[in-house]
Design a protein around this ligand. Sequence first.
Ligand SMILES: [Zn+2]
Length: 353
Amino acid sequence: MCFAKGKADPAVKSFHLGNDRLEPVKTADYLGLTWQTNARWDAHFEKILTSARKRSGIITSVIVRNGPSPTAIRLLCDALIRSKIAYGMPVWSPSSLARSHKLDVAITDPFRRSLGLPKSACIESLLTEMRALPTRYYNKLAAITTTRRAELLTPDHPTHEIITAQRLVREPTTRRKPIAQKAEQFSRNLRLESPKPKRDSRHVKKALMREHRVEWHRSGVSRLLADLTTGLHLPLYLKHDPAQIARIRARLRFDRANLQESISRRSSESKQTSCLHCGQTDTLDHLLFECPQLATARLLMHKKAQTAGLSISPDLARRWILSDLEQIDKHLHITALQISGNFIAAINNIRRL
Ligand SMILES: [Zn+2]
């Protein structure tokens, strides 16, 4: 194959292998990437998207009512889908945000299904809940870490020489900048310090996760979840809850539970906002703290919470019931999840969430 700009095929002298003429081709697989004569990645993207969707389907097919746990699904998505997408970056990257989004849908789909969330659940919020980076950030991560690894090599190492040369030669281009120049710009935006010999990628990944978190907060999506999400660690309910409880908790956190006020806000068809039992507005607070239909389950939860030393004031209790344990003493985290898990399971037995 011969790389060339423009639509016309370049005049290429013919090559022979023995008596056979080697036919020129438009695409060729080399080192796991599909290269194109016009130096675009359309064919590679299509191949990766097909593979990512297939793997996503396989992971989803093992999800049943009692498991596997969302953390196991997250691990499978990371090992089987994300690794496939990120392979070969930063040499290749999807050419548009729409393409990156398609890959993000494939990677989050099994996790979404394991949490019993509908298709309307926001992809960026799902990625945040999984503590995973969107595809567009993986390209940044690869550019920065490749360059930083090269910087740590001896100056006479060929990779170090290439990276230094890429920094020095400033071609007048805004698109397709050399990897080292892209990395320079990304690192400046992230205010990264010089590379560390150990665990440098982890350090860069954390900086990118913080950047994504700021972007996600500013976008104004999933307001309740954003309010409940602070640290970069995986929410404890995903590790601790049995699969069925984790699903209910996730639906409440993502504002996708069976609450009339929430449904009427999300749908153009339903205008019903009042609780089917008592007629009050069917909000999250009404469910957790007010509705008389759930008084017995609530009283039991209150008693257990008070014995354990957990606050039952709505402002604080709403947080720990929905697995935001930031303001609670660490030794009470599991107790809080157990008490709230039993409470939401009891609610779910009375009215389906
Ligand atoms: Zn009610």
